[in-house]
Design a protein around this ligand. Structure first.
Ligand code: GDP
Ligand code: MG
Length: 596
């Protein structure tokens, strides 16, 4: 297709504002998916996405649309809508000239949408504002059209009104995309340059790479090179999704499609990288490539120690499809053998964990999520700590922690509640703006570690569910942080070590000591449970001694009951972990880690 007849666009929307439904409707109206093949959320391929109603991996699909007798090809690039995947969003947007800003007409704009809208504006994309769900009785299109017009800088009358559910207004939206979104421009004679905006592992075909061609041409059997690694591959297949993969004779300037090279691991074909011709390579890449950087770490351990090899294989498999997932073996006194894993954020962690449990039938326990701390030692060495139990002892100079710029959108009635929450989490206010008399945008700098611990849940509960949150990394800062250890009879229990702000060390220590005191069964001797900073004990509880004789409960007689009890005790022993001389059932550790 000639570039003049191409339009590349994304849909920016908050979760649940109707992106998938609208995408489905577009596929139907343009005729690329017929009624029979249509199923809800056609583009959300992973089961877990379908169930949670979120889009994790972006996909691209090509649709024909004729305006004024000219047949155009529209490429719709689906972007993930969650904070953890901001980088993927920015790459998907970079593959487009326009973005549909889709807002639920009964809800108004949300923080995540705002963040993605700003990304699109920075990328100079043409923004097409649209109010969705106008069929809902609760829709307030007039009110929210004002709000959106104010943000985008257009007339409220220019905000389209559609219903992805009924299809109303969708043909007009497709027309507007053709009229308003600029056609792609590029140099057809230059060496090939294409940007990777998604990369998916498929069991049968290996890695499927989604690209947008900027200059030149990509052809079947061509030898291509990845500009970040200089690795070269042969193009075994090249094509477009419409929406099923359809091989084509090649992709030219402005076109969006997929490549198959036979590589088996998405790390060889990374989002943001530039594909070029191996024989006649381009001089400069398209920019914007960055190594995925895990922000949150957690230990994952199989409940049943014999599942360790299964967990290892499962992580190896998931990694094929997830360039951002990192892991290395970890051994814990309390939890046995497992892996220390790095994630882009909390949702990413949850998704990986859920996939491991669901797709590989594993029962897992995860330790409290931790951010990455930079510890400057007195001798000048800098240590990066992703596991609190590895926090260096002794000569620690400065400790730095990652911070984020957070944006909260909330009804103005809740300003006080939001400010209070942010302040209690060591937040520093950066600014505040009214989007309308009823809605306000608050900007804070916050330590990432404070967000990692139930910040979002707290925000939701303090605003009756009305606030929305977005954040982006904003470097790091020095902070007064200490490591709190938990000890049983003087022995450290690694899984409970935590790095916390000095002011929160005492509450954390008291809570953990109290929890464990309740959960640890009595032993034949007294067991002190302590929390300590270095050698200084900050909290202490005691598990009192007991003569551990289960048979004393059976008043003589019943021999079968006695045998059963003995067997049970033996079974229990298998799952016991020794911390020094203290026997602790693994369940107690797990309960202490998971309690609220
Ligand atoms: P996404 O998270 O943005 O992809 O949103 P979905 O397309 O999954 O839609 C979220 C919910 O809103 C689903 O229950 C949809 O059925 C519903 N929905 C989507 N579009 C419309 C619409 O135009 N009208 C109504 N009434 N409901 C809609
Ligand atoms: Mg969706």
């Amino acid at each position: 297709t000639a570039p003049a007849l191409l339009r590349n666009f994304s849909i920016i929307a908050h979760i649940d504002h109707g992106k998938s439904t609208l995408a489905d409707r577009m596929l139907q109206i343009t005729g690329v998916v017929d009624e029979r093949a249509m199923r809800a959320q056609y583009l959300d391929r992973m089961d877990i996405e379908r169930e949670r109603g979120i889009t994790i991996k972006s996909q691209a699909v090509r649709m024909p649309w004729t305006v004024d007798g000219r047949a155009h090809a529209l490429n719709m690039i689906d972007t993930p809508g969650h904070v953890d995947f901001t980088y993927e969003v920015s790459r998907s947007l970079a593959a487009c000239e326009g973005a549909v800003l889709l807002v639920d007409a009964s809800q108004g704009i949300e923080a995540q949408t705002l963040a993605n809208l700003y990304l699109a504006m920075e990328g100079d994309l043409e923004i097409i504002p649209v109010l969705n769900k106008i069929d809902l009785p609760a829709a307030q299109p007039e009110r929210y059209a004002e709000e959106i017009a104010g943000l985008v800088g257009c007339d409220p009358a220019d905000v389209l009104r559609v219903s992805g559910k009924t299809g109303e207004g969708v043909p007009e939206l497709l027309d507007r995309i053709v009229q308003r979104v600029p056609a792609p421009v590029g140099d057809p004679d230059a060496p090939a340059r294409a940007m990777i905006f998604d990369s998916v592992y498929d069991t049968y075909r290996g890695v499927v790479t989604y690209v947008r061609v900027v200059d030149g041409h990509l052809d079947p059997r061509q030898r291509i090179a990845m500009m970040s690694t200089r690795a070269t591959h042969e193009l075994l297949e090249i094509g477009v999704s419409s929406p099923e993969p359809t091989p084509s004779k090649g992709l030219g300037v402005g076109e969006v499609g997929y490549l198959i090279t036979g590589v088996k691991d998405v790390r060889q074909s990374r989002v943001g990288d530039t594909v070029t011709d191996a024989v006649k390579p381009a001089k400069d890449d398209l920019g914007g490539y960055r190594d995925p950087r895990p922000m949150v770490f957690s230990g994952l351990f199989p409940l049943d120690g014999s599942d360790y090899p299964v967990l290892r294989d499962a992580l190896d498999k998931l990694k094929l499809n997830d360039a951002a997932l990192v892991y290395e073996p970890e051994t814990s006194v309390a939890l046995g053998f497992g892996f220390r894993c790095g994630f882009l954020g909390l949702l990413h962690l949850e998704i990986v964990r859920e996939r491991l449990e669901r797709e590989f039938d594993l029962d897992l326990i995860s330790t409290a999520p931790s951010v990455v701390y930079e510890v400057r030692m007195d001798d000048g060495a800098v240590v990066s700590v992703t596991n609190p139990s590895e926090f260096p002892e002794g000569k620690v100079g400065e400790v730095r922690e990652p911070v984020v710029k957070a944006t909260v959108l909330a009804p103005s009635d809740y300003i006080g509640a939001v400010m209070e929450l942010c302040q209690s989490r060591r937040g520093e206010m950066l600014g505040m703006d009214y989007l309308s008399p009823e809605r306000v945008e608050l900007r804070y700098q916050l330590p990432l570690a404070e967000i990692v611990f139930d910040f979002f849940d707290q925000l939701k509960s303090k605003t009756k569910g009305y606030a929305s949150l977005d954040y982006e990394p904003a470097g790091d800062q020095a902070a007064d942080l200490v490591k709190v250890d938990v000890l049983l009879q003087g022995e450290k229990v690694d899984a409970f070590s935590a790095i916390v702000h000095k002011d929160k060390a005492y509450p954390y220590g008291t809570m953990m000591a109290g929890r464990l005191q309740k959960l640890i069964p009595r032993q034949q001797f007294e067991v002190p449970v302590q929390a300590a900073i270095g050698a200084r004990v900050i909290a202490r509880e005691t598990v009192r001694a007991i003569r551990k004789d289960v048979l004393s409960k059976c008043y003589g007689g019943d021999i079968t009951r006695k045998r059963k009890l003995l067997e049970k005790q033996k079974e229990g022993k298998k799952r016991m972990k020794m911390v020094g001389r203290v026997e602790v059932p693994q369940e107690a550790f797990i309960a202490a880690l998971t309690a609220d």
